[in-house]
Design a protein around this ligand. Structure first.
Ligand code: NBP
Length: 468
């Protein structure tokens, strides 16, 4: 029998996705480039675990393509960048009109736009599919963000929906996102939000560990309390497990070098925000915090020169921990708000008609930023208008704000660097200011560059210049 779905690239993700779908009874063909034996191993592993399920390995691209029923549906799961173009180049002459190729890697959305056009000119369908959930998600059900031509999506929707995780109501965490690079754009923003969520957790940990004197296991216990009181998320869950992990009777965390690495999607989100003119403060701050952390040698040297030590927060410990929790909760609201606002702006700019509530829904399971908050947002985002102005969010934010301000103020005073906690707070305070000091900026611009300004006492479509 011909396979209904093909996967190219038997790395961590490709292998797991192939096993996921074949495990659900869909005949799948798999191919990996030169490395001998990779495909066979995947097939062997699979056959052992599921003796009745269909998975066919190929080591020749042509035979792989021929093994697929038409129109073909092929998922390319290789390293983002040149490797995707190399695979497409090899694949194109083997395909026929109406066949569909999907790129499931973390490709840049502008590359996806270009590839969509290249494929379209050859009458081939192309989808850029954002995939989140890591290895486990790929195996058990990831969150899928397919973007590209609607017709291409329709020909594979039934299979992608089987592949995906299910939300609380049993619907697939997969929905058509929009044309061209929309799917990869949304995946990129997902990762941007992920960066700031991780950094926010790191800052909460830092305050408790180094400024309140908690041990890693005591922080884990506190985080567990948060989990059980409405803040549950996958990232919080894994952080608890990480803090509890021991090696030779000591926290493994303390043996890990404090220099964060990154593959670029957080930075891409920041660049995209600059391109569409959206604020992305906590996400940009999280990216920069990783860069600063990576300058380990310079930091060690500077620590000697400045001799600035972490100091204890002043106050009642129980109360302070409560305040850290409130700050964390508020930061998360802002982080999600700026992420969704970036998508809204991009949607307008590129005419994608993104459905933000649907995007939040497909992020409620399978992906790295799944959380109770995301489930609430799927509902809140059904209402038009900025997230931070929705009644429920305003109410929540208003109760959290005093503690958040206290934590940031006393944290900075105690020498804690809090890039995400503080940048998100700055964002909110700026956001709720009726009067900003930007009139001074406009005056300065007009002074040195004759850039003109608008006046509050004149119609707003008129611009003025003064001989300063
Ligand atoms: P891996 O590093 O595990 O696998 C990479 C795959 O790309 C291998 O099959 C490799 O083949 C293949 N490949 C490379 Br590298 N260069 C190639 C080329 N020029 N032609 C053909 N194949 C080539 O990566 P992964 O973790 O599975 O990630 C794949 C994509 O999925 C990436 O874009 C990644 O960002 C994205 N992603 C990863 C995760 C995750 O949690 N890991 C989550 C979501 C998205 P070889 O075996 O012959 O070297």
């Amino acid at each position: 029998t011909l396979a209904q779905f093909g996967v190219i690239g038997m790395g961590v993700m490709g292998k797991s996705l192939a096993l996921n779908l074949a495990g659900k009874g869909v005949p799948v063909a798999v191919y990996n480039r030169t490395v001998a034996g990779v495909e066979e191993r995947v097939a062997e592993d699979f056959v052992q675990a599921h003796p009745d399920q269909p998975l066919q390995p190929f080591s020749k691209m042509e035979a792989f393509v021929q093994s697929l029923e038409r129109p073909r549906r092929i998922l390319v799961m290789v390293k983002a960048g040149g490797a995707v173009d190399a695979v497409l180049k090899e694949l194109r002459p083997l395909l026929q009109e109406g066949d569909l190729v999907m790129d499931g890697g973390n490709s840049h959305y502008l590359d996806t736009r270009r590839r969509t056009q290249e494929m379209k000119s050859l009458h081939l369908h192309f989808l850029g599919v954002g995939i989140s959930g890591g290895e486990e998600g790929a195996l058990k059900g990831p969150s899928l963000m397919p973007g590209g031509e609607r017709a291409g999506y329709d020909s594979v929707a039934h299979l992608l929906e089987r592949l995906a995780a299910k939300d609380r109501k049993g619907n697939a965490c997969c929905a058509y996102i929009g044309p061209e690079g929309a799917g990869h754009f949304v995946k990129m923003v997902h990762n941007g939000i992920e960066y700031a969520e991780m950094q926010a957790l790191a800052e909460a940990y830092q305050l408790m560990r180094f400024h309140l004197g908690f041990s890693p296991s005591a922080v884990a216990e506190e985080f567990q309390n948060w989990q059980n009181s409405g803040l549950d998320s996958y990232l919080l869950e894994i952080t608890v497990a990480i803090l509890q992990k021991q090696e030779d009777g000591e926290p493994l965390l303390d043996k890990i070098l404090d220099a964060a690495e990154q593959k670029g999607t957080g930075g891409w989100s920041t660049t995209a925000a600059l391109e569409v003119g959206a604020s992305l403060d906590p996400i940009a701050a999280a990216v920069m915090a990783r860069y600063l952390s990576a300058q380990k040698a310079q930091r060690v040297q500077a620590a000697k020169v400045y001799a600035v030590e972490p100091e204890q927060l002043v106050g009642v410990p129980l109360l302070l921990v409560q305040q850290v929790k409130s700050a964390y909760e508020a930061v998360r609201l802002v982080n999600h708000a700026v992420g969704f606002e970036l998508m809204r702006r991009a949607s307008e700019e590129y005419h994608w008609q993104l459905d933000l509530s649907s995007i939040a829904r497909i992020w409620t399971n399978g992906c790295i930023i799944r959380s109770l908050l995301m489930e609430e947002l799927a509902d809140v985002l059904k209402t038009e208008g900025p997230l931070l102005q929705q009644a429920r969010v305003v109410e929540k934010m208003t109760t959290l704000l005093p503690s958040w301000k206290d934590v940031v103020a006393s944290g900075l005073k105690a020498n804690a660097a809090l890039p995400v906690f503080s940048s998100a707070l700055n964002y909110v305070l700026g956001y709720v200011s009726q009067q900003s000091p930007a009139n001074l900026i406009q005056a300065q611009r007009d002074y040195f560059g004759a850039h003109t300004f608008r006046r509050v006492d004149q119609p707003l479509d008129q611009y003025f210049h003064v001989a300063w």
